[in-house]
Design a protein around this ligand. Sequence first.
Ligand code: PHE
Length: 339
Amino acid sequence: MLSDLNEIEQEINSFPVNSPEELENFRLKFISRNGLLTGLFEELKNVSREEKPVVGKKLNEVKKLAESKFNTLKAQLDDTGSKKEDIDLTLPAASYSIGREHLISQTLAEMVKIFREIGFKVTDGPELEEEFYNFDALNTPAHHPARDMQDTFYVQSTTDKDKKHVLRTHTSPVQIRTMLQNKPPLRIISPGKVFRNETVTYKNYFMFHQLEGLYIDKNVSMRDLKGVLAYFFKKFYGENTKIRFIPSFFPFTEPSGQVDISCFICGGKGCKTCKETGWLEVGGCGMVDPNVFRSVNIDPEEYTGYAFGMGMERLTMMKYGIKDIRILYQNDVRFLDQF
Ligand code: PHE
């Protein structure tokens, strides 16, 4: 019987248990009422007196072995089963993302910083604007063909039928507000949202941002305008950036210009971004029209000034090679997180 016990001991040690079913087989074979060990306890009474202490002791040891293997394996299987929570303390902690400034806000801050350093003050105006500031005072009376240049969102007031409101189509009305409230000399910039009733495409959105600039003093000339814009674009796109003016038209400036910069992708040689021209359009500008000065009671004989306006989305998209304006406003963090 002693040799039987040694065999069983070996069997217990090598019995494979990897699943609850195998564990149950183990229990049935060795520990249960009808198991091998119970049977051997029965047989113990047939063992001779001399042998009994040794065999009995061995039998108890083997029984303990079977029970402790069973308990250990049971605990292990319960652990990996679904009942208990699985915690791996060696895993690195889950990271959480911190918010950041929107790309357009970053551009805005960068532009404002450059202009502040050369003495421009930041001013503000309402996005829901009176028609007077958005058009009339800017030398654009009703039925003026230039109103068609900008598809306007009109807002009808129910309380004051005479005052018509619009969602401002540009930041130029801030020029008027500033000149009505302050005496020249004036040197301001005004960044903010503007709205146009345009079909949304990869390059047009119904809302975008502009940065307006206005400088009024005695003897301000086109040369000052060109100098300040050249300075700004060198800071914004790099020292090698050149600018040029192309004749254009705005009712509130005379003469008016379109501002182009040399393509900073190809350095002016011609590439896909600049459509092989070597130049990129970045804004509008001009000398403040005498009619605008008259509408805000500034004497055009005494003062002259320049104004400019640029689209921030356009400047940003060119800088980072973004092809579709809509992606800026879809709030997809996978995109926004890159900046
Ligand atoms: N307001 C013009 C536009 O939105 C840009 C501009 C600003 C032109 C100032 C001249 C002077 O297109």
